[in-house]
Design a protein around this ligand. Structure first.
Ligand code: MN
Length: 713
């Protein structure tokens, strides 16, 4: 068991004493919380968090990650609340520990390859901070290193989960040393006999190749020195599981695969990589089709290298990988390589900025390539997905667009489940249908025998599938059914105001109907039932007409933009700046009706109170333009603003204002206020901007917090 003193000693290489102190404090806290708990190995429990922190220290991870590593099991295993961690340490540490704990609560079981991939995406989506993933991988690595103490069944379970979910995640973010170790350890648990046989065979074959390897190495090194290329050459060993996979996939025998000897050549510059390739090809005969240039076309996780296959002096095939030191570092540790190399620059203490830098580096590599757009998109969506992933009660994973609610979930499972949806449980607790879902939640839909489809759903259903199904259903309602539904909704709304429809006098009713611009009560009820008007608004309007009979109606022309608000004063909330196409909700204030986005945080607490808030709809075909804010992160290059502005104007969009802020060396943030007709236009524009060179991310701002915060998402 590693001691905290030994760890502190390691940390003193790259952290200052204040930072080390925080890690020590986290250790003390964890020792206290886990006191009396033991690992199955018999070691005190706290040996595990120390080991995890120690793994992270080899990547030079920051003090918050290390503290989180120390504390990663205290929420789950000791019931320490997140707020306590925040108070004792800081918000960062609390969020990291919370993030890792949430991943621990996931019940991972993958039935198919696609299912496993969805799990990987869900985990990435849940970890809003990439450090959560790195801490989780270190945690899993240590658990795999000590897996022999678990019972056989648990071992297999953990190993399968590691092989199918965590090893691929490590691979995805380029942490290949971790990836290989996770794979080999899982393989050993799942197929012990095959693992042992392969290990023995590998050892034997490597022993017999020793002299050959030495000879090749010496020949090449001498030639490189002659050419003035500083380099070192080392034999490269495939990890056991990759040999196994290769045998399985290519149906080749072990000898055939092991027959190939492999080398890694590390040089000082990309230029010398290509020169080295020339040298190798001048000594050995290249095999056709084996040359691959991953320097100009890196793999999607950022891997860069030149590969070639040649025939050796004795006729045996040889593989070479040629790369620079930095490429090698990136190939071994991926996203984590940034903690190792970029520390000490001072400006990049924010891990999100580090992750962004990693993506930016990937972009730089692809700068001159035509297919770069696709590549960038794949990298961005891989690491920071826009989707959310939730479970059905049966454990299936459903992918939804961010902002989706239980209604979207219900319709995406089946249209019938959507129509019959009466209520929902989120993580086994009853919850309102309109609450946006989060990745990792389990959603259960409670159904009624009779369809429950309501026009009000249109205000929180965000997926086109749900919205279309609801609209189609409503437009197919028989007139009599629409009236019945409309009456029910209007009665309910009037009831909130202590008014009963049947208590209205005939001339009062007629006056109200006239003011609303409808011919009869029946047609009003139909319109409500079909979702063209909102019961709650109609009720308000009727009451306000009754209250100020004969008075001049106060209204502004904005009421024409929101259906059924004729006669009301309408304003648009400046916090969330709704635009046509957004799901919107109306909120009654002393100044009239304020229209917010349905997702707006400012109305979260009152959203479920029908006397204050109710869903509203946009009129179709509005011609006016609306202001909306967009945040853009970019690498600062000359001419960037001009290119951006040109792209926006070409999309017939006006720029109202631009604010810029220098973030750190080479990065810049823009807040643009744009004028758009609606969501469709904005979506097209955002897609266009994302494709521009040097632009790292583009997103719409939905609230004040986002307007101020500098975050990657
Ligand atoms: Mn753990």
């Amino acid at each position: 068991m590693e001691s905290i003193d030994a760890l502190s000693e390691k940390l003193s290489d790259y952290l200052d004493s204040g930072q080390i102190e925080q890690v020590n404090k986290a250790f003390e806290f964890a020792s206290e919380a886990h006191s009396g708990q033991f690992r199955t190995s018999g070691d005190p429990y706290v040996s595990h968090p120390i080991a995890v922190a120690s793994i992270l220290s080899s990547y030079h991870m920051d003090e918050d990650s290390l503290s989180a590593a120390m504390l990663h099991d205290v929420i789950e295993d000791c019931g320490v609340p997140k707020s306590v961690i925040e108070k004792e340490f800081n918000k960062n540490v609390a969020n990291l520990v919370d993030g890792v704990s949430k991943l621990d609560q996931l019940k991972i079981s993958s039935k198919t390859e696609a299912h496993a991939e969805n799990f990987q995406k869900m985990i990435l989506a849940m970890a809003k901070d990439i450090r959560v993933i790195v801490v989780k991988l270190a945690d899993r690595l240590h658990n795999m290193r000590t897996i022999e103490y678990l019972d056989k069944e648990k071992q297999k379970l953990k190993a399968r989960e590691t092989l199918e979910i965590y090893a691929p995640i490590a691979h995805r973010i380029g942490m290949n040393t971790v990836y290989r170790e996770l794979e080999d350890r899982s393989f050993k648990v799942l197929y012990p006999t095959r693992y042992r046989r392969l290990r023995v065979a590998t050892k034997k074959s490597r022993g017999s190749q020793k002299r050959l390897l030495k000879k090749i190495k010496r020949t090449l090194e001498k030639k490189l020195v002659d050419q003035g290329i500083p380099a070192y050459v080392e034999g490269r060993e495939k990890h056991t599981y990759s040999i196994y996979k290769k045998m399985k996939e290519s149906r080749r025998a072990f000898d055939e695969i092991m027959d190939v000897v492999a080398f890694k050549v590390i040089v000082d510059s990309p230029d010398n990589c290509y020169k080295t390739l020339g040298v190798i090809h001048s000594i050995f005969k290249p095999i056709e089709g084996r040359f691959k240039d991953f320097i100009s076309i890196p793999k999607s996780n950022g891997y860069q290298s030149i590969h070639t296959g040649v025939v050796g002096l004795d006729g045996q095939p040889i593989e070479f990988q040629i790369k620079t030191e930095e490429m090698n570092e990136m190939a071994e540790n991926g996203i984590a390589s940034h903690w190792i190399y970029k520390m000490g620059e001072g400006t990049e203490s924010n891990p999100q900025q580090k992750a962004r830098r990693w993506v930016a580096d990937l972009l730089e590599m692809r700068d001159n390539l035509e297919s770069s757009e696709e590549f960038i998109e794949s990298v961005k969506t891989d690491i920071f997905p826009d989707e959310i992933y939730v479970f059905t009660p049966e454990g299936e994973i459903i992918q939804l667009v961010a902002g989706s609610t239980a209604i979207d979930f219900a319709y995406s499972v089946h249209t019938d489940i959507g129509h019959h949806c009466r209520a929902c449980r989120i993580n086994r607790k009853l919850a309102p249908l309109s609450v946006p879902l989060e990745s990792g939640q389990t959603v259960e839909i409670l159904r009624d025998k009779i369809p429950q489809t309501s026009p009000a759903w249109l205000n929180f259903a965000v997926s086109s599938r749900a919205r279309n199904s609801i609209r189609t259903y409503l437009s197919n309602l028989k007139i009599s059914e629409a009236r019945k539904l409309g009456k029910k909704l209007l009665d309910q709304s009037l009831g909130h105001q202590n008014v009963k429809l049947r208590h209205l006098k005939k001339d009062e009713l007629k006056e109200a109907l006239d003011a609303l611009g409808v011919k009869s009560l029946n047609s009003l009820l139909e319109e409500i039932g079909l979702g063209k008007r909102v019961g709650n608004v109609v009720a308000r309007q009727m009451i306000s007409f009754l209250d100020k009979e004969g008075e001049e109606k106060s209204s502004n022309n904005l009421s024409l933009e929101i259906t059924g608000t004729e006669g009301l004063v309408v304003n648009y909330a400046t916090c969330c700046k709704p635009i046509p196409g957004d799901s919107v909700i109306g909120h009654f204030t002393t100044n009239g009706l304020v229209v917010h986005q349905e997702r707006c945080k400012n109305i979260l607490s009152i959203r479920e109170d029908p006397s204050q808030c109710f869903p509203v709809n946009w009129h179709e075909e509005l011609q006016r333009e609306f202001s909306t804010d967009v945040k853009i992160l970019a690498s600062d290059e000359p001419g960037l603003l001009a290119t951006m502005a040109a792209a926006i104007t070409n999309a017939s969009t006006n720029i109202e204002s631009i604010h810029t802020q220098e973030l750190d060396q080479g990065h810049i943030e823009f807040i643009l206020t744009l004028q758009v007709k609606g969501r469709d236009q904005l979506a097209i524009l955002i897609r266009k901007l994302r494709k521009l060179k040097n632009i790292l991310s583009v997103q719409r701002i939905h609230d004040q917090e986002m307007r101020e915060a500098q975050t990657l998402h």
